[in-house]
Structure formats: C-alpha cells, structure tokens
Design a protein around this ligand. Structure first.
Ligand code: ADP
Length: 325
C-alpha cells in the first residue's frame, strides 16, 4: 500500500532522513517510533505530500507522491500533531469545509454522516469546535483525515495530551479504522504501539534501526528476556550466584522493597528459560525465591539497545554475547 524507497531529506547541512526504505502492507496498523529528532515528522510530511524529499520516492497505492501528488494525496489522509481545526466552526461546518477543500466527489451529507457515525461525533455535530474536549477535538481531526475515504491514514502522535479514558477511546477507534484502512501512527509511547500496532518501524537519527512485528520487537531488539526476582538472602552473595548461572546475561539490583528481600532484574539470553536453573541455584543455597515476574523492556531500553546495535554494526563487530555487568 505504501512503499518508501531510499528516502532522503536534507535541511541545509542537516541530513534529517538518510535513505530510509520500508513498506506498509494493505490493512496494516504500523507504529512509526523514534526519539525526538529521529526524523519521524519529516518522513510523515513527505509521505503525505506536505514536504518535498531531497531524494528517494514514496508511492501510495502505486501513485508517486512527488510525480502525481493530486492522485496520491486522494489516497492518504493525515492527522498532523497539531490538527488544523477552526474553533469558530461547528463540527458540521468544519467537515463540510474540508470536504470542499479536498474536492471530494462522494455524496456529501451521507459521507460526512458516515464518518461521524464511525468516529462517534454525532452528539456534537452542531457544537462549536472550540467548546469540545480535547478527546472530541482529536476525533474531529481524525474525521477530517477520513474525508474522501482515503485508503491510508497517517496519525502523528494521536493521543498526546489526552486523559487516560480518552486515550483508550482513541486507541479503540484506531483499531477499528485498521479494519478498513492502512494506518500509520507516529508515537514515542511504547504501550500505544503494543496496544494497537501490527508492526513497528523504529528510526533513529534518520535511519531505520528496526522493522519488526510488534510481538517480536523486544525480543528482536534485545535478544533477551527480563525477569524481576524477589529473593531473601545476602545481597552480594545472591548477586554473585545469579551472575554465575548459565544463560543469564545481566543482573541488576532493583531495590530493597522490604526488610528481608531484594528485587533483582535478571536478563537472560534469547530463547533461554532460566526459571528452573534459577530456582534450583537459590534452593541449593537455602535462599528463598518469594516472587518472580516478567519485566518488559521499556522504550528507553529499546532505543539504547538499538543505538548500541547500530553502532556495533557500523564498526563491524556485532557480537552475540554481552559482557555481564
Ligand atoms: P522527529 O519528528 O522524529 O522529532 P523531525 O523530523 O522533526 O524529527 O526532525 C529531524 C531532524 O531534522 C532534527 O534534527 C530537526 O532539528 C531537523 N529539522 C526538522 N525540520 C527542520 C527544518 N525545517 N529546518 C532545519 N532542520 C530541521
């Protein structure tokens, strides 16, 4: 559905996007992830025809956004980070205005009504936009992206600034849109990606550093699993013992949460289940394992790992094993 090939963007001396390539399949919800300054907005703006590229191409359903922008733009709707809303218009007036701007040919009243049904705007159809909550305004932003019924929609940071209930509502809406559209969401919130995306493309400093199915991301990035173990025993000796267990790559002390026990974060090599060896090693020593649960890598961990991996790749010495701290 969307094909990005060798996309490069230079702002003067700054190369913000450095020849990135990836595709987004029909009906897929893709998370586009990266730290601040990674090049996400630049890529999205080029993809939606709002900015020209220095080099490379973007094809939307076979149409090149630079060579055939009018046709390509009909196939893609965009919700920018700051939605272009007019507070003095009602929802109805604003959506009619966007309909005219996009020179939409679908039956007007019916089309706008269908979109309002879909994104649940009927209750506020005749209200002024400036009087709507942030959650409803975001729905209006999504509604304008859907005018013209584009096959693909791009949402830049769609849940920023919303309260937890609004976040859940917008995420559910995005999942629903994913049934009939190809959706790209730019975000820096990992749980958002985990909640709604089928696949994730991560960029850092203008290059793609990961392109994975969401469920494979943490494993692919770290090659490891993390566990939090609550253990009663002398901290220094426990730490030494844990580090000696084969299959454990790294151990860190998370903290002493009560008088007896210490919680450790244990990172194992990919594919190794260390729970049994851990249990037996501790029981041999007479130390009690009183809690064990999975600890997800957070976004910060993932970015740091990806940057590490990229640096190792660049110097041509990527290793499979890591030294223990
Ligand atoms: P992100 O959306 O991931 O935060 P951006 O695409 O906004 O990243 O920016 C990527 C890089 O390009 C940053 O270093 C940013 O400072 C730079 N940049 C973005 N827009 C401009 C511009 N109009 N002029 C000069 N540099 C820019």
């Amino acid at each position: 559905m969307i094909e990005i090939t060798g996309l490069t963007k230079r702002y003067g001396d700054i190369e913000a996007v450095k020849g990135i390539s990836f595709t987004v399949n029909d009906g897929e919800i893709l998370g586009f992830l990266g730290p601040n300054g990674a090049g996400k907005s630049t890529t999205l703006n080029i993809m939606t025809g709002c900015l020209s590229a220095t080099d490379g191409s973007v094809k939307i359903d076979g149409c090149d956004i630079l060579e055939d922008p009018i046709e390509a733009k009909k196939k893609i709707g965009f919700l920018p980070e700051q939605p272009p809303l007019y507070g003095d218009m009602t929802v109805n007036e604003y959506l009619s205005f966007v309909y005219e701007l996009k020179k939409c040919k679908l039956p007007k009243k019916q089309h706008i009504k269908e979109i309002c049904d879909l994104v649940k705007l009927n209750d506020v159809f005749n209200r002024l936009i400036r009087n709507l909550s942030k959650g409803y305004r975001q729905r209006v932003g999504i509604a304008q992206a859907l005018i013209g019924n584009p096959k693909a929609i791009v949402l830049d940071e769609p849940t920023v600034g919303l309260d937890p209930r609004q976040i859940i509502e917008i995420r559910n809406l995005i999942k629903m849109l994913g049934r009939d559209h190809t959706v790209i969401i730019s975000t820096h919130i990992l749980p958002e990606v985990q909640a709604v995306c089928d696949r994730v493309v991560v960029i850092n400093k203008g290059v793609v550093v990961a392109n994975e199915k969401t469920e494979d991301l943490t494993l692919a990035v770290s090659g490891a699993r993390k566990l939090e173990a609550k253990i009663v025993g002398p901290q220094d000796e426990v730490l030494k013992e844990l580090k000696s267990i084969s299959g454990i790559r790294n151990v860190e002390v998370l903290g002493k949460l009560d008088t007896d026990s210490v919680t450790y974060v244990i990172e194992s090599e990919g594919g190794v289940d260390i729970r049994k060896p851990l249990f037996f090693a501790l029981s041999r020593k007479g130390w009690a394992l009183i809690g064990l649960e999975g600890a997800e890598l957070n976004l910060e961990d993932i970015f740091l790992r990806l940057v590490d991996m990229e640096n190792e790749r660049k110097v041509g010495k990527r290793t499979t094993g890591r030294t223990m701290k």
